[in-house]
Ligand binder design. Structure first.
Ligand code: ASP
Length: 308
């Protein structure tokens, strides 16, 4: 079994993974591993193939694998045969021949996870394929919303705005599919050039808005995204202007947000651009909870896809 995206995942499966993930959080909401899961990956090796930068996702998978008794090997773009021209698919086949039991893969090529699924029998977990999907982020964000609002099964009735650089964001795509599958209303909001074009809207289970004020007043939760300058090929966004037009500082919070509205961000946060310092560190911010939930979700995912 492979985890490539949430777009085609049934709501029941998403809910089942979130329920599993709850088992990896204790009463205080901190990461734990139940005794019967501590050997779940014993004798198994997970290869973490990260061809784009990552802190949270890579380390979180590493911690999750170790908590389940497994071991990890990390292969990055630097220092591997990829710099000699080997394809990522051949690197994976080489590692599979060494007895690797699962792959966690991040790569700029949107097609790579699909190529790997065709060529390998080993489980593949997509940790970000360009601007495609980032399924474990979608799952951990859904878990964060479900827990914050005390919802047991799904996210019915919740209004979630995803704000910023939607068009380049794999997080936006996985979040939108997860939230909508679980019954939330999703609205994409940002400057026009960073929103999906009209003819692409059918890919998104969401409405679209170009008004920060209107979306923030409407939302129960706002997922704020980083401006992904690295995917803009020269047509960069001016961070200062973006902060003025689309950033959230305490003035924007006081003016537009309902008292119970929470703010999420997948990280890395560029402080002072999409969120001001006090907002990042405020009680509304669930950013560190998302990180904690990431380890729980990844333990659940590794059990299901690699440890079964
Ligand atoms: N960490 C997330 C990702 O890899 C979001 C970001 O980079 O802005 O997609």
């Amino acid at each position: 079994m492979h985890l490539i995206g949430l777009r085609d995942m049934a709501a029941a499966d998403i809910r089942a993974i979130l329920d599993d993930a709850e088992r990896f959080l204790d009463d205080r909401g901190e990461v734990t591993t139940p005794p019967d899961e501590k050997q779940r990956l014993q004798g198994k090796t997970l290869a973490l193939l990260f061809m784009e930068p990552s802190t949270r996702t890579r380390v979180s998978f590493e911690i999750a694998a170790r908590r389940l008794g497994g071991s990890t090997v990390t292969v990055g773009a630097e220092g591997s045969s990829l710099v000699k021209g080997e394809s990522a698919a051949d690197t994976c086949r080489t590692l599979a021949a060494m007895g690797v039991d699962g792959f966690v893969v991040r790569h700029h090529d949107r097609q790579l996870p699909h190529v790997l699924v065709d060529r390998l029998d080993t489980p593949i977990i997509n940790a970000g394929n360009g601007s495609g999907e980032h399924p474990t982020q979608g799952l951990l964000d859904a878990l964060t919303l479900r827990r914050n609002f005390g919802l047991k099964g799904d996210l019915s009735g919740l209004k979630v705005a995803i704000m910023g650089d939607i068009v380049h964001s794999r997080v936006a795509r996985s979040d939108a599919h997860a939230f909508a599958a679980l019954g939330a209303e999703v609205r994409l909001v940002g400057p026009r050039r960073l929103l999906p074009s009209e003819d692409r809207l059918e890919d998104w289970p969401a409405t679209v808005s170009n008004s920060r004020k209107e979306a923030l007043k409407w939302a129960d939760a706002v997922v704020v995204l980083r401006i992904q300058q690295e995917r803009m090929h020269g047509q960069l966004v001016d961070p200062h202007q973006y902060a003025l037009d689309w950033g959230i500082d305490t003035t924007v919070v006081d003016r537009y947000l309902k008292p119970e509205t929470v703010i999420l961000h997948p990280g890395p946060v560029i402080r002072g651009v999409e969120l001001s310092d006090p907002v990042v560190d405020s009680d509304r911010s669930l950013i560190l909870k998302q990180v904690t939930h990431g380890v729980a979700v990844r333990q659940a995912v590794l059990c299901r896809y690699v440890g079964s």
